[in-house]
Ligand binder design. Structure first.
Ligand code: PHE
Ligand code: ZN
Length: 872
C-alpha cells in the first residue's frame, strides 16, 4: 500500500514465461492463521523467450518453504519483496513447492482469503489469488486444481472448493479434511474455497441431455428460507441458456455460497459461486420487487459466466469486457425474456444515461477496452460492463438474432479452454456472421458518448432525414474517429398510426441523408428505438410530436422517452430561469394534456405507466447541463412534481385505491406493476402532503405482507415531518433488528431524507450499533445512499457533506481500499458543478490526495484532480 505501483499498459502484453499444468493447494485453517502449501507443475512456455527468472506475485504473506523438485532453495537462489517472489535460474520443467502463512482473520480488504462473520471464503478476481500464495496472478495461466482443506470440524463443518469432492473424512488429530478436483483448467482468479458452519438448500436440475446437476446454496444458518427465489432463478437461467444458446452446464454440481461481507455483487468461480447476500436473499417480507429482480439477474449473470468467462476467459485484464460485456448482454436478454420487456429495457437505458454517460463525459472516461491502469479493481466500471453489453447488443442487432447466436457458438467452440482477447471475439463474430466490423471496432477503443443529431425537413410530401455524429474529446483522446452507429427509426402519422415498418439506419459518416416519400402530412419520427446504440440523441422535437409519441409509439422505450423529453423541456427551462434569478417557468398545458391522455388510456403494462409518470431523476436532469446547479435542479424537479400532483390529485388518489394491495405477495409482472403504480401514486400525494396521506401510508405499512408495499409507505413518509414517520421507522428498526440487509434499507432511507441537518444525522448513524464500518453493504447503504440519493444534503453549501465523505474515505482506505476508491470516485466529477460546489468537492479530493493512500484510491484521486489543468 505504498501508492508506488507501476501503471500497466495493454500494449506491453507479454506471454507468461512459464505455464502451470497442475496446482495442488492445501489449506490448514487455524484460528489465528492459515497455512498454505502449494505444489505446482511448471514448464517453460514455448511461446515465450526461453530464459529469464520466474517471477511470482504475492502480497501480505510469510514464506516458509520454497523447494524445486524436492530440494529446498538456498537464499541466493531467490528474492522476496513486497509484491513478488523471484526465482533465479529455474529449470525448464519442474515441481515447485511453496509453503506460506496468511492471516484471513485480520483481512478486511475482502480479497484473497478472508472472514465474513464466521465463514472463511475467498475472492480472487482480479488479483486476490496472490494474497493466498505466490503465483503468476494473471488470467492467461490456466491450470487444473486440486484443493485440500484441513480444519476443525466444530468451527468449519462445511468445506468447499471448486470441482468435485473426491475424498473427505476425519483425521486422527481431530481435524477433518476434504479434497476437491476441478477437471477444467482455469485461471487463478476463478479459484475458490469456503469453510464454515453453513445451512443449505438443495435442488436438482436435469439438463437438456438428461444429466442431473446437484444444486446447492449455502448460507449462515437461519437464512435458508430467504434463498428459494435465488434457487428458482438459477434453474430459470440454466433452462434459458439451453433454450437460447444451446449451452448446457458442464459439471455435476453447482454450488453457491452467500456471505454478508463482499465487495461486489457476486463472483463466478468455477462451480463455486460466492455471492453477496444482497444478491441472494429475497423473501416477500424482507425484499422488494427490485431486490427480487436483482437477485434473479445476478444469479443468471454468474451462471452465464460459466461459458462466457470461464470456459473462454480473458488473456489479460484489459480484456475484461470480453467476459463482462458479453455476460451483461446475455443477462439483459434473459431479464427481458422474463416478462415486461419494455420496462426492463427502459431500466437498462436509464442506467446507461444516468451513470455511464456521466462516467464517459468525466475525468474517469475510458474505453470499453482500457489502455492502461494502475489498479485493476478500479476498472470494474459501468463502461466495461454496461457499455460493453450495449456494444455486443449492436453486433447482435446487425447480425440478426439467429446469426448472432451462431456466432457466439462459433466463438465458444473456437476458443474453448483458452484465454483470449476482445479482438479474437470480434474476429469470430466476423467469421461467423460475414459482417465487416472494421469501423465498428472503435466502440472498443474510444471513450466518450457519441452525439447523434437528427434533423428533418418536410416539403412536397417528402421527408428528408439527416443524421450526423460528433464525439466530444475525452482525457487522452482528443480527436475522435467516426463510429458505426445503428439507429432504428419509425414514422407515425398525425393519428399515431405507423407508416411503414421500422428500419435501422447505419450512420457511418459524419453526416448522412435519407428520404421518405409520399406523405400527405409531415410524419412524426421515432428515433433510436429500443436504444439501438449507446449515444446521446440531439433532436429538437416539438411538444406536439412528443405528445403524439408519448401516446402512440409502439416502442415502449421511445414512448417513455417522449414523456421524459417533455418533462425535461419544462424542467430545463425552469432550472435556467431559477439560475438567472427570474420567475420559475410554468409547465405548458400540453404537458398536462399528455398526462391526462396517458391516464385515460394507460398502457397494459402497469410498470410502463409508472415509468412514464416518473419524472427524470435529479441525475438525469443534471446531465442536461454543462454546469450543474444541484439546488436549482432540486427545486425545479420538486416544483414540477407538486404541480402535477396538485393538478391530478384526485386521479392519483383513485390510482392508489385501484392499485392497493388485495392479494398475497407474488413476484410477477402484473403484481409488481400494480405495486409500482401504487407507490407512485402515494409518492405524488406525499409530495403535496395531501389530506390523510401520512395516516394512509402508516396503515399501508402496518397491513402490508411484503417489503415492496412497506417501502412504498416509508418512501412516502420519508420527507414528511409527521409523527407517523417516527413511529414507522421505530417499528421497522425493531422488527428487522436481526436482518442486517433489511436494516440497510433503514439506513439508506434516513441517509436520503431531506433535512437541514442530514450531514449530522449521517454522522450520528455512523456511530449507530446497526452500522458496521467493515461491511461494504452497510457503507453503500449509508454513505452511498447519502451521496447518491441526498444530493441536497451531500452538496450542502457549507461543504460539510464533502468533508464527511472525505473523512470516511480516509478512514476506510487502510482497511478496504477497493471500497474506499469506489467512494472517492463520487467526488471526481467536481468540475461539472457550479463553482460553489466544485471548490468544496475539489478541496475534499485534495485533502484525500495529501494522505498516505492505497494504489486504488491514489489512482482515483489523481485522475480526479488532473482535470483541473484542462478546465480551469
Ligand atoms: N466478476 C464478477 C461479476 O461480474 C464481479 C467481481 C469482480 C466480483 C471483482 C468480485 C471482484 O460477475
Ligand atoms: Zn460478470
Amino acid at each position: 500500500m505504498t501508492g508506488q505501483t507501476q501503471r500497466k499498459y495493454r500494449a506491453d502484453y507479454q506471454p507468461p514465461g512459464y505455464l502451470i499444468d497442475h496446482v495442488d493447494i492445501a489449506f490448514g485453517l487455524e484460528a489465528d492463521h492459515t497455512h498454505v502449501r502449494a505444489t505446482h507443475q511448471l514448464r517453460r512456455n514455448p511461446q515465450a523467450s526461453a530464459t529469464g527468472p520466474l517471477v511470482l506475485d504475492g502480497r501480505d504473506m510469510a514464506l516458509e518453504q520454497l523447494a524445486i523438485d524436492g530440494r529446498e532453495l538456498h537464499a541466493s537462489q531467490y528474492r522476496v519483496d513486497d509484491t513478488t517472489l523471484t526465482i533465479f535460474d529455474p529449470p525448464d520443467q519442474f515441481e515447485l513447492l511453496i509453503e506460506n502463512t496468511i492471516h484471513p482473520e485480520n483481512n478486511l480488504s475482502l480479497e484473497g482469503l478472508y472472514r465474513s462473520g464466521d465463514i472463511l471464503c475467498t475472492q480472487c478476481e482480479a488479483n486476490g489469488f496472490s494474497r493466498i500464495t505466490y503465483f503468476p496472478d494473471r488470467p492467461d495461466v490456466m491450470a487444473r486444481y486440486t484443493t485440500r482443506i484441513v480444519a476443525w470440524p466444530e468451527a468449519f463443518p462445511v468445506l468447499l472448493a471448486n470441482g468435485n469432492c473426491v475424498e473427505s473424512g476425519p483425521m486422527p488429530c481431530g481435524h477433518h479434511y476434504a479434497v476437491f478436483e476441478d477437471p477444467f483448467p482455469k485461471p487463478c482468479y476463478l479459484f475458490a474455497m469456503v469453510a464454515g458452519d453453513l445451512g443449505m438448500i438443495r435442488d436438482t436440475y436435469t439438463t437438456a441431455s438428461g444429466r442431473t446437476v446437484d444444486l446447492r446454496l449455502y448460507t449462515e444458518h437461519g437464512n435458508e428460507d430467504q434463498c428459494h427465489h435465488a434457487m428458482a432463478s438459477l434453474k430459470q437461467a440454466m433452462a434459458w441458456d439451453e433454450d437460447t444458446y444451446g449451452l448446457e452446464y458442464d459439471l455435476d454440481s453447482y454450488v453457491t455460497v452467500a456471505v454478508g461481507s463482499f465487495n461486489m455483487g457476486a463472483m463466478e468461480n468455477k462451480g463455486l459461486n460466492v455471492f453477496n447476500t444482497a444478491c441472494i436473499f429475497a423473501r416477500a417480507d424482507t425484499a422488494t420487487d427490485s431486490d427480487f429482480a436483482l437477485v434473479r439477474d445476478v444469479v443468471a449473470h454468474e451462471y452465464f459466466h460459466n461459458y462466457t468467462g470461464n470456459r473462454v476467459t480473458c488473456r489479460d485484464w484489459f480484456q475484461l469486457s470480453l467476459k463482462e460485456g458479453l455476460t451483461v448482454y446475455r443477462e439483459h436478454q434473459f431479464a427481458i425474456d422474463q416478462g415486461s420487456p419494455g420496462v426492463t429495457r427502459i431500466r437498462q437505458v436509464r442506467a446507461m444515461r444516468e451513470i455511464q454517460f456521466p462516467e464517459d463525459a468525466g475525468p474517469r472516461a475510458h474505453p470499453v477496452r482500457p489502455e492502461s491502469y494502475v489498479e485493476m479493481n478500479n476498472f470494474y466500471t459501468i463502461t466495461v460492463y454496461e457499455k460493453g453489453g450495449e456494444v455486443i447488443r449492436m453486433i447482435a442487432q446487425m447480425a440478426g438474432r439467429e446469426a448472432f447466436i451462431a456466432a457466439v457458438r462459433h466463438y465458444l467452440d473456437k476458443h474453448d479452454g483458452q484465454a483470449v482477447t476482445i479482438e479474437d471475439f470480434v474476429i469470430a463474430m466476423e467469421e461467423s456472421t460475414g459482417l465487416d466490423l472494421a469501423q465498428f471496432r472503435h466502440w472498443y477503443a474510444q471513450a466518450g458518448t457519441p452525439r447523434v443529431r437528427v434533423a428533418t425537413e418536410f416539403a412536397d410530401g417528402r421527408l428528408q432525414l439527416t443524421l450526423s455524429q460528433h464525439t466530444p474529446a475525452t482525457p487522452g483522446q482528443a480527436d475522435k474517429p467516426l463510429f458505426d452507429i445503428p439507429v432504428e427509426i419509425a414514422l407515425f402519422d398525425a393519428n399515431g398510426a405507423p407508416v411503414g415498418a421500422p428500419q435501422v439506419l447505419r450512420l457511418t459518416q459524419a453526416e448522412q441523408h435519407w428520404t421518405f416519400d409520399d406523405f400527405e402530412a409531415e410524419p412524426t419520427v421515432s428515433a433510436l428505438r429500443g436504444f439501438t446504440a449507446p449515444v446521446r440523441l440531439e433532436y429538437e422535437q416539438s411538444d406536439t410530436a412528443l405528445a403524439r409519441l408519448m401516446a402512440h409509439d409502439s416502442d415502449p422505450v421511445c414512448r417513455w422517452d417522449a414523456a421524459q423529453a417533455l418533462y425535461l423541456k419544462t424542467l430545463i427551462a425552469d432550472v435556467e430561469a431559477r439560475r438567472a434569478g427570474s420567475a420559475p417557468v410554468a409547465a405548458p398545458e400540453l404537458l398536462f394534456d399528455a398526462i391526462a391522455t396517458l391516464l385515460d388510456n394507460p398502457p397494459d403494462d402497469r410498470e410502463l405507466l409508472a415509468e412514464m409518470l416518473t419524472l427524470p431523476s435529479e441525475a438525469m436532469l443534471g446531465e442536461q447541463f454543462d454546469t450543474i446547479d444541484i439546488f436549482a435542479v432540486d427545486a425545479a424537479r420538486r416544483a414540477l412534481k407538486q404541480v402535477i400532483a396538485r393538478r391530478f390529485d384526485a386521479r392519483f388518489a383513485a390510482l392508489a385505491d385501484a392499485h392497493a394491495p388485495t392479494q398475497a405477495y407474488v413476484f410477477d409482472v402484473a403484481e409488481a406493476g400494480r405495486r409500482r403504480v401504487f407507490a407512485l401514486a402515494l409518492d405524488y400525494l406525499a409530495a403535496i402532503e395531501a389530506d390523510g396521506i401520512a395516516a394512509r401510508a402508516a396503515s399501508v405499512y402496518e397491513c402490508a405482507d411484503n417489503m415492496t408495499d412497506r417501502m412504498a409507505a416509508l418512501d412516502a413518509l420519508r420527507d414528511m415531518d409527521v409523527p407517523e414517520r417516527e413511529q414507522v421507522l421505530a417499528d421497522f428498526a425493531e422488527r428487522w433488528a436481526d436482518y442486517p440487509l433489511v436494516m440497510d434499507k433503514w439506513l439508506r432511507l434516513q441517509a436520503s431524507t431531506r433535512r437541514d441537518d442530514s450531514v449530522e444525522h449521517v454522522r450520528e448513524l455512523l456511530g449507530d450499533s446497526r452500522f458496521d464500518f467493515t461491511n461494504p453493504n452497510r457503507i453503500r447503504a449509508l454513505l452511498g445512499g447519502f451521496v447518491r440519493a441526498n444530493r441536497v444534503g451531500f452538496h450542502r453549501a457549507d461543504g460539510e457533506g464533502y468533508r464527511l465523505v472525505a473523512d470516511e474515505i480516509l478512514r476506510l482506505d487502510p482497511l478496504n481500499p477497493q471500497l474506499a476508491a469506489a467512494l472517492a470516485s463520487m467526488l471526481t466529477d467536481w468540475a461539472r458543478h457550479v463553482p460553489a460546489q466544485a471548490d468544496g468537492m475539489r478541496s475534499a479530493l485534495e485533502r484525500i490526495a495529501a494522505a498516505q493512500l492505497s494504489d486504488n484510491t491514489r489512482e482515483i484521486v489523481t485522475v480526479g484532480l488532473e482535470r483541473r489543468d484542462s478546465t480551469d
